[in-house]
Design a binder for this molecule. Structure first.
Ligand code: HEC
Length: 436
């Protein structure tokens, strides 16, 4: 065991050439555990079940399964590295700053990381199979979780993902066909049948007819584990007559050819004519604008380029969700609130990885309540150096643009405008809760 521990400590410097499977120190037989030792069955399996298995199971998107001890053991070294760097699971909210309670939070706590690391360094004990948690049930992605949708908008054409090839980001636009305004009560993006392995994620935005990007609104993100959204009672999103849906699908080849017969975005509406009390908008915030044009200036060969943008909230506002929007050079984003009295509060900071466009939805009790006149301040950092593995050419200056090789720096923020009385009531309720 001592031997394993020493090797474990050196593993990333010295042993990188060993593939996990050939690592000789992993004996064929799992050693038996003593009382109080960290084991897979008792301690690690529940964490994997909650935070990993949705993607790491047969037929799903990740390259290997983490369902059983035998599945997980050969990957120990890689797991140790990925969780320590907080690259896995894909959840990049920084843990030492800002709000920490979110819906659908699959992130690991420091204690989870310690448990898995002790399990690995302690010799990968299997433990007593009777300690295993009952198997997790997974959502059937071929079913709508929002009930029967009133409208389904689909990607307009099939797309073939070759057995091998680079990742592809495909953008397409489809009309909603709506002839009158409707308010959305629930929505869900569903990947095409049999595409679980190749669809990395899908994001959808709404565009008004003839509208330019400024009129675009973020709608939803599908990545495994987040696939249906229900608006709180009395709130909804306005989908205007004549609006279009823009789909962005990130495909990842998986060793066999797959034809995607179209991801779809399903909506359940409020009844015709019903206008919910709270209308949620999902707008771009902190887009750096100079005069009339969006502008960012990312010099070549610079690993740390900071860009600031501001959006003023004209009405009292409840912030519902936050998504950083950058491209391949993006590395980090923070959102802070500059309050009318000039107090500054950091709401969220996230490391940015272009491979995962993650939306973070605040838990109801902590969703920021901001007075009218607050400035939302978005700070984006780009890495345009060779050290960024997604950077195609660090010798290029990069400006604002829609292509993958251009970049951007803003946040999609879901928010609800409130009237003053409602805002005051919500603030009072929150205060009462926190002082009790
Ligand atoms: C939302 C889906 C998702 C979740 C949840 C997730 N993973 Fe992953 N994981 C992936 C994908 C996709 C890859 C392959 C791409 C990559 O390497 O980033 C991957 C890669 C990995 C790798 C690298 C494998 C190699 O090639 O060496 C490790 C290790 C890993 N995940 C561990 C975990 C662990 C441990 C958890 C839970 C604590 C977890 N992942 C949760 C999707 C996920």
């Amino acid at each position: 065991m001592k031997f394993v521990k020493t090797l474990g400590g050196l593993a990333f410097g010295v042993c990188v050439l060993l593939s996990p499977r050939s690592a000789g120190f992993l004996s064929a037989q799992a050693p038996t555990a003593r009382e109080g030792q960290v084991t897979f069955s008792k301690d690690v399996a529940p964490i994997f079940q909650r935070s990993c298995q949705n993607c790491h199971r047969p037929g799903s998107i990740a390259p290997m399964s983490l369902m059983t001890y035998e599945d997980a053991r050969p990957w120990a070294r890689s797991i140790r590295r990925r969780i320590a760097a907080r690259e896995m699971p894909p959840w990049y909210i920084e843990k030492n700053v800002g709000i920490q309670e979110f819906k659908d939070d699959i992130s690991l706590s420091d204690a989870d990381i310690a448990t898995i690391t002790v399990w690995i360094d302690g010799g990968l004990l299997k433990g007593n199979p009777a300690d295993m948690p009952p198997p997790r049930k997974f959502d059937d992605l071929e079913q709508w979780r929002i009930g029967k949708p009133d409208l389904v908008v689909r990607v307009p054409q099939d797309w073939t993902i070759p057995a091998e090839g680079p990742d592809a980001w495909i953008e397409s636009i489809a009309p909603t066909g709506l002839t009158e305004d409707r308010y959305v009560k629930a929505m869900q993006t569903r990947p095409g049948p049999g595409t679980l392995k190749v669809i990395h994620h899908v994001t959808t935005t709404m565009r008004q007819q003839g509208g330019d990007a400024a009129e675009e609104q973020f709608l939803s993100e599908y990545s495994l584990g987040k696939n249906a959204e229900f608006m709180p009672e009395g709130s909804g999103i306005l989908l205007k007559a004549g609006s279009m849906i823009k789909f962005q699908v990130h495909y990842h080849s998986y060793g066999e050819e797959v034809v995607d017969t179209r991801a779809g975005l399903g909506f359940v509406f409020y009844p015709k004519g019903v206008v919910p009390k709270y209308v949620e908008v999902r707008r771009s915030v902190g887009n750096p604008v100079h005069g009339n044009i969006n502008g960012i200036d990312v010099p070549a060969n610079d690993a740390n380029v900071r860009i600031d943008g501001y959006t003023r909230l004209d009405k009292p506002t409840r912030v519902v969700a936050f998504q950083a929007h950058m491209h391949a050079r993006g590395k980090r984003m923070c959102m802070e609130a500059i309050l009318p009295n000039m107090d500054v509060e950091t709401l969220s900071c996230t490391k940015y990885d272009f491979n995962w466009n993650l939306t973070y939805t605040y838990a109801d009790d902590v969703a920021p309540l901001l007075p009218a006149g607050t400035l939302l301040h978005i700070i984006g950092w780009h890495d345009n150096s060779a050290g960024n593995r997604l950077n195609r050419d660090p010798r290029n200056w990069v400006g604002w643009g829609a292509r993958t090789v251009d970049d951007m720096s803003f946040a999609w923020v879901a928010m609800v405008s409130l009237d003053q009385a409602d805002f005051d009531r919500m603030v009072a309720e929150r205060k009462a809760k926190h002082t009790n």
